[in-house]
Structure formats: structure tokens, C-alpha cells
Design a protein around this ligand. Structure first.
Ligand code: SME
Length: 207
């Protein structure tokens, strides 16, 4: 099967649970033999974005943009030398900025400060928990990268760290929608499953 066909959602997929089971299976196949984390985050963003495009399970957009108009990652690189905005430290810390990573959608803001109250991504990252936003206009601190966005879900990316079973939060997966209330607990469950597949498939190098 051509790689692109992995984002075609079959007609028999009728529920969100079936949608995420299908996407998780496709992702596992796509990531076979691929461990470089940048490639794998790029594949995940593309697979999700185009899978939402190929189903009407999530509703319809009322704008020219697709319903799910942005899918991508913000990552906290291990060295702050990768950004020109922070020269105070040469190693990662809880305050090193999140930087935009692989994504599909329109251009977005590059730097997000991981400070509670400074947006949905920051809150999800700092608390290491999924945040579902039914209406971005009601969310204190929401960062509007695209005026068409009305709702959002952000899922932490937790990766193996050190020896044993420890995990650390390396970034977040962010999804935006042009309709209010697009995402719920079914999306949370499905996307957290996708983050687990990704976390276990990658060599995270120095992240
Ligand atoms: N809305 C996010 C910023 C990232 S963009 O949506 C791609 C936030 O409030 O953190």
C-alpha cells in the first residue's frame, strides 16, 4: 500500500473509537523500522491531519479551513542553544521554551513559554495532563495562532527517561478545530494511545 493511503479512513469506521483504533494501527505500520524522532513526529502529524480530512465523523467546518485545521508538536529541546531567545543556560530546564516541531496546517507561533497560565500548550506541558478546550475564547491565556480556531485539545508527549520506567514530558501534541466543542474524552483516549505508540517507537537521542 502506498504510504499516503494510510490516511484514508475506510467507510466502515463509524465511531471515534473505531477512528482512533484505525489510526493507531496505521501509525504502528508507518513507524515500523523508523526510530528517528523527527521523522516519526512528522509522520504522526501528517497521518492525523489527513485522517481527519478524510472523515466527517468529527463534524463539518464552517470556514474555508478544514475542521481540524492544525495538528502538530511543540517540543522542549534539550539545549537552549537551539533558540536565540534564551542564552541564560546551556542545558534543558523546566523553563526552557517549547519550540514548534513537525506539524500540518498553517504557519503557527514558534516559541511557547512553559509557564502555567500562558496558553493551552503551556498548561498541558507543565501539568503533564491532557487539556480539552471546548471554546478557546473562554480559555484564559489561550494563544491564538489562527483566528479560525474555535476549540482545541493538547496531549502531553511523555518519553522514557533514564533507566527504569521513568518518563519525562518532552513536549505536547496540539490539535485545533474550526468548530466549538470538537474534542472530548474519546479523543483524549485515542490521542494518548497515539502518544504511547510514538514514545515507544522513537530513539529520543538527547531530548
Ligand atoms: N493555542 C495554543 C498555541 C499553539 S497553536 O494553537 C498552534 C496555545 O494556547 O498554547
Amino acid at each position: 500500500m502506498p504510504h499516503a493511503d494510510s490516511s484514508l479512513v475506510p467507510e466502515e469506521v463509524k465511531t471515534k473509537a473505531q477512528f482512533y483504533a484505525h489510526v493507531q494501527e496505521q501509525l504502528s505500520h508507518l513507524l515500523e523500522g523508523s526510530t528517528y524522532w523527527v521523522s516519526n513526529l512528522a509522520q504522526t502529524s501528517s497521518l492525523l491531519y489527513h485522517s481527519y480530512l478524510s472523515t466527517d465523523l468529527f463534524g463539518t467546518s464552517s470556514t474555508d479551513s478544514p475542521l481540524v485545521n492544525w495538528v502538530g508538536f511543540y517540543i522542549q529541546p534539550s539545549s537552549s542553544s537551539s533558540t536565540t531567545t534564551d542564552t541564560s543556560s546551556s542545558s534543558s530546564s523546566s523553563s526552557s521554551p517549547l519550540l514548534v516541531g513537525p506539524y500540518n496546517g498553517r504557519p503557527a507561533c514558534v516559541v511557547i513559554k512553559p509557564i502555567k497560565g500562558k496558553g493551552v500548550c503551556a498548561d498541558a506541558f507543565v501539568d503533564a495532563r491532557t487539556v480539552i478546550v471546548e471554546d478557546v475564547d473562554e480559555y484564559p491565556g489561550h494563544i491564538a495562532c489562527d483566528g479560525d480556531t474555535r476549540s482545541e485539545i493538547v496531549v502531553p508527549l511523555r518519553i522514557p527517561s533514564g533507566t527504569g520506567n521513568q518518563l519525562k514530558t518532552a513536549g505536547v501534541l496540539d490539535l485545533d478545530s474550526t468548530a466549538r466543542g470538537t474534542f472530548d474524552e474519546e479523543d483524549q483516549k485515542g490521542l494518548e494511545g497515539i502518544m504511547t505508540i510514538l514514545a515507544n517507537a522513537c530513539d529520543w537521542g538527547s531530548l
